[in-house]
Ligand binder design. Structure first.
Ligand code: COA
Length: 191
């Protein structure tokens, strides 16, 4: 039997990039989260519904903090260094200690799209996944109708592996997704 990675002892660190801070989500992020998570264009291609009230944002944060308490390396808050505003989240949607693999997901306030922020965040989270968590494979998927997300994956060195038909059911509809992944060996070679 293969050696299982002990992924449940990690608590998320704070990571600084050129323009961003990636840090654990805090209760006080609720207002910033609500200001973008209420936007139906932000939630269109993710599996959560647009937040209808601040209380939806508070319960979203509580569910992330519950994962931290269970020792699961869940989602980072993405904070803009210049304003200290929380403008998105990125993190591990699922993790497979037996296979040394994980799936990453993310979302960003529409105000900040197309400025390279998610590419900056994903590249740091991949670094964390391979160097600290010692994962072997990291995957991400996006709906065919959300090509900007695929572009972020490509820019971070993830490789397109195929289309999974009706893999998910989102907002009442089945959706085809494109699967991307990067292996540790390729990631380390590319650095
Ligand atoms: C998808 C998302 C994370 C992208 O974040 P971002 O910070 O805008 O991404 P970046 O600026 O780093 O890169 C976006 C890239 O997509 C490209 N792009 C934007 N719209 C596009 C479109 N309709 N078709 C193809 N490419 C597109 C941009 O030009 C850019 O590529 P480039 O640098 O080669 O020009 C952001 O739009 C978002 O949060 N959307 C809502 C939530 C979501 O969809 N999450 C992902 C679920 S899989």
């Amino acid at each position: 039997m293969s050696e299982q990675l002990c992924l449940y002892r990690f608590s998320l660190p704070t990571i600084e990039t050129k323009r961003l801070i990636l840090r654990p989500v805090k209760r006080s992020d609720a207002r910033d989260l609500f200001s973008y998570a209420k936007d139906p264009q932000v939630s269109e291609h993710v599996l959560w519904e647009a937040h209808r009230s601040l209380s939806d944002s508070r319960s979203f944060i509580r569910s992330i903090k519950r994962q931290y308490r269970q020792g699961f390396p869940g989602s980072f808050a993405i904070v803009l260094r210049s304003s200290q505003r929380m403008i998105g989240t990125i993190g591990f949607m699922s993790i497979h200690p037996d296979y040394h693999s994980a799936e990453i997901g993310y979302s960003l306030s529409r105000e900040y799209w197309n400025c390279g922020y998610m590419t900056e965040a994903l590249s740091e989270v991949l670094d964390y996944a391979f160097r600290v968590l010692q994962l072997n494979r990291v995957e991400a998927q996006h709906e065919l109708s959300n090509p900007a997300s695929g572009r972020v994956m490509e820019k971070c060195g993830m490789r397109f592996e195929g289309i999974l038909r009706q893999r998910i059911r989102n907002k009442g509809k089945y959706a085809d997704v494109k699967l991307y992944a990067v292996l540790r060996q390729d990631y380390i070679k590319g650095k």
